[in-house]
Design a protein around this ligand. Structure first.
Ligand code: SAM
Length: 190
């Protein structure tokens, strides 16, 4: 991520937006259950929210310095931080009650790699587990904020079909002013 983007994602302003905007929606669309996976925590303000609402959180971050910093900050809490790629986590199949990703998918540089993230999250979820998250819309001002950075937002018109191809059901996609919010579930008996 570029420096200004990273600074914003660690700011009190972003923490407030997550608390007032993301959290009520998140709790209204899904029961996160007891064992939550987050991919792409970055500085971890989203992790801070999740860990107040789940017994255990595992945060998977591909960027080594960010992963090390988050592991240090949350050492001794109910969060485990793992430095790895969300396309291939090495985590056990069928373990998690929920998988989450917030403002992360557009940092995965190709649609086929994003599809691999969806398949991997489907693999590590329990049957009946939920996949919930947000991602940026493809707007000029957001694209500009990613100068020198990866910006490959998912297309809301095809995103639902992509999640279904990865094995998810009950897909809901809400297109907001600056982001999309989505929820889906891994079918029971799968
Ligand atoms: C924009 S930040 C979002 C941080 C946080 N979720 C938030 O909303 O405040 C996206 C994060 O996803 C991470 N990321 C990108 N691709 C990833 C991948 N394939 N596996 C795990 N993490 C990834 C980036 O390193 C970055 O820390």
């Amino acid at each position: 991520m570029n420096e200004s983007h990273l600074t914003f994602l660690a700011s009190p302003e972003w923490a407030r937006m997550l608390e007032t905007d993301l959290l009520p929606w998140l709790l209204s669309v899904a029961d996160l259950g007891d064992d939550v996976l987050e991919v792409g925590p970055g500085p971890g303000l989203t992790t801070d929210l999740l860990r107040q609402h789940a017994a255990r959180v595992t945060a998977v971050e591909v960027d080594a310095p960010l992963a090390v910093a988050l592991a240090e900050r949350l050492s001794g809490t109910n969060v485990d931080v793992i430095q790895c790629d969300a396309t291939d986590t090495g985590l056990p199949s069928g373990r998690f009650s929920a998988a989450t990703c917030f403002s992360m998918l557009h940092h995965v540089p190709r649609p086929d790699l994003q599809d691999r993230v969806f398949a991997e999250l489907g693999r590590v979820l329990r049957p009946g587990g939920v996949f919930v998250g947000t991602d940026s819309r493809d707007l000029d001002r957001i694209r500009d904020a990613h100068a020198g950075d990866v910006f490959v937002p998912v297309d809301p018109d095809t995103f639902g079909a992509r999640l279904e191809r990865a094995g998810f059901a009950d897909v809901g996609i809400d297109v907001g002013e600056y982001q999309i919010r989505f929820s889906a579930s891994k079918p029971r008996g799968s």
